[in-house]
Design a protein. Structure first.
Length: 278
């Protein structure tokens, strides 16, 4: 059996070279490894399904759908998955089904999912809420959550709120999960939005798997980082042992521009990009 791993970005904020694809504010990855397929995040609409068709990626046989957290730009397309794939398990973190909001100027804006557990039960969809720090879905493909907040300068913006037990609270993103894919060159870490802190999340993978990090893909939420915390995060990404840096989405244009100039290992991971490891 082939050891090839292919991770395709089905949708992202930025348009790639394939101009027939649709892009949107959101992200979705299609992971192929040893004959298995996993979908990580679904963007905000059905654009990722259209793009998968254009890229000749078959979503009907996916074994798992993993949603990084309960924000619309990562889970909004999930309803459409259920129309084309019938035998998968959904994996989410603790608190995923809580209603999420953004608070600004004395008002709240709903940012959460467009479905709840009732939708899953009505459709007969199997689902798992993570009750452990990591789970190996298929050989070499892990879901990781419950990140130690080791880097105290990585803080969640207090504008993010969650309705829990009938009370509005600051959202600490207990629901956030990432994917860690083992390859012949090391571990590929795939991030949704990194609300608990990019460095905290990647360090958790290193602690759990005790293997070198080959690549980091996805959203880092550095768009809101400032001052020393931002400098520390950029330095962290530029460590010599991370060979491929494909961050985008909520990373921020300024950070991506800086990485594009200062680091030859960086690429703008945009709609249609694929990381292929033989």
């Amino acid at each position: 059996m082939s050891d090839m791993v292919q991770i395709t970005t089905l949708v992202e904020n930025g348009m790639g070279e394939h101009l027939a694809l649709k892009n949107e504010h959101g992200i979705s990855f299609f992971i192929e490894k040893d004959g298995h397929t996993v979908l990580f995040d679904t963007g905000q609409s059905d654009a990722f399904i259209y793009n998968a068709d254009q890229l000749r990626k078959n979503l009907s046989g996916i074994e798992y759908v993993v949603l990084s957290h309960g924000h619309y730009d990562h889970s909004g397309g999930f309803r459409h998955v259920t129309d084309i794939a019938k035998n998968f398990e959904l994996v989410v973190g603790r608190g995923f089904f809580d209603d999420k909001y953004a608070y600004r100027n004395n008002s709240y804006e709903y940012l959460g999912n467009n479905f709840g557990e009732d939708f899953l039960k009505d459709r007969g969809i199997r689902y798992r809420i993570m009750d452990e720090r990591s789970r190996e879905l298929i050989p070499g493909v892990h879901v990781v959550t419950d990140f130690p907040r080791r880097h105290t300068d990585e803080v969640v913006n207090p504008r993010f709120r969650v309705m829990r037990d009938g009370k509005m609270q600051e959202d600490t993103f207990t629901d956030e999960v990432l994917m860690a894919v083992e390859t012949s060159r090391g571990v590929v870490v795939i991030l949704g939005c990194s609300h608990p802190g990019m460095r905290n999340m990647i360090d958790a993978v290193t602690d759990l798997l005790d293997k070198p990090i080959y690549a980091v893909l996805g959203g880092t939420h550095l768009v809101e980082a400032r001052g020393p915390a931002l400098d520390h995060s950029i330095d962290y990404l530029q460590r010599e042992n991370i060979e491929v840096i494909g961050v985008s989405h909520c990373t921020g244009k300024d950070v991506m521009s800086h990485l594009g100039v200062s680091n030859t290992r960086y690429f703008h991971n945009r709609t249609g990009s694929a990381l292929i490891i033989e």
